[in-house]
Design a protein around this ligand. Sequence first.
Ligand SMILES: Cc1cc2nc3c(=O)[nH]c(=O)nc-3n(C[C@H](O)[C@H](O)[C@H](O)COP(=O)(O)OP(=O)(O)OC[C@H]3O[C@@H](n4cnc5c(N)ncnc54)[C@H](O)[C@@H]3O)c2cc1C
Length: 368
Amino acid sequence: MKAPKKTYKPKHGSSYDAIVVGGGLSGLLTSAFLLKKGRKVLLLEKLEKLGGRFSPEARDGFLLGAGFRFGDASAWASVADYLQIPCELHSIQNGGALLHSTRGWIEPEELPDWEAYYSANCTAYPTRGAFGIAESLLDFCEASENFSVALSSPVSGVTIQAARVHKVSIGAEMEVEAKDLYWSSDYKALLESLRGEVAEAGPERVSWLKKFVKTPSNPAVVMEFAHSKKIGEFTESLIMPFTAGEKEERRYLVGALLGNRDPSLAPAGKELSSWIMPLTESEWGENHETMKKIRSARRLLEKALPGFESSILFDRVLVLNQSASPLLKKKGEWHPLLANLSLCADWSSPEGATLEALCSQMLHHFRD
Ligand SMILES: Cc1cc2nc3c(=O)[nH]c(=O)nc-3n(C[C@H](O)[C@H](O)[C@H](O)COP(=O)(O)OP(=O)(O)OC[C@H]3O[C@@H](n4cnc5c(N)ncnc54)[C@H](O)[C@@H]3O)c2cc1C
């Protein structure tokens, strides 16, 4: 993904209408909605690049980090309409899902919830996927004089005074004042950053937080492959069940041949495929175990799509400790902690960790 045209160093003691923490899709969406309302926004991102969990990256004509499933993309289309930014969708003819069984590719029968969620119908794909969305949002934000973005600016503390957020600390020594704070990042980090009493937290807020802290994370391996040629005609989501060890529960590798959904993701005649596979909490951070799972997933891909390995030009592997909202299975509800602190990341969305859920959440909260 392109870098912002101008980045900014916040000054000690300066004050902003709204501070948005986290430069992933939700931080960019939140900033865009606030700018549309005429607010002066400072977006703080701890890394030196924007894009968050998708990690959008252009490499040798391939667009990595585009995501593979956006439902019917109608929530994104409504956001684009509201912000008046371009939105082009590719319609997908066979947008369901196929399961790899001993009989080859078949329609999925009974799948557990997690996989059913990933296998749900996808009938439209936004051009350039999440990659394109992040860039359009950045363009929208950068067109406003009210927008500043600071990279390499981790928020390390949030000071509360009289039941309101008062100051935000960045790194070790910088402090800025915040009229309103929009947290578009990990909520465990928010809990660690809070300094002072969260007074008057109503019972729903407390139970929301307890639920949140207790919910285990959803670690996963994400594998993306750039292929020298087309490796199939599939436009469906492809699901491959497997067990990597004898005593293990069955798990699933889920993905798609993205170039068939949107040709702009790979150079002509080439293919981009993207796959996600859950890890258990104990496997996460265990390199040896993770490598074993990756090897086993690649063997499965070769079996289902013969010639897969020999077509690989390069791959990108991300091991994420949060691939999806930990509240996804719990259907948590969104309860802001303080009057001027809003929770905006996908973690807060009762509908789960998807771009569509994020977009509907934003429309719901920001549109008049
Ligand atoms: C491989 C993969 C594929 C996916 N595919 C799809 C898909 O096809 N369709 C779909 O709808 N969804 C998909 N998702 C889910 C989607 O990625 C998430 O819903 C979305 O990216 C979440 O965005 P976010 O902004 O809430 O969080 P994040 O993207 O995690 O952004 C949080 C940002 O906050 C920053 N940050 C963290 N701590 C601090 C701090 N202290 N100070 C400042 N900044 C901080 C981080 O660096 C990061 O940039 C996929 C996820 C993965 C991992």
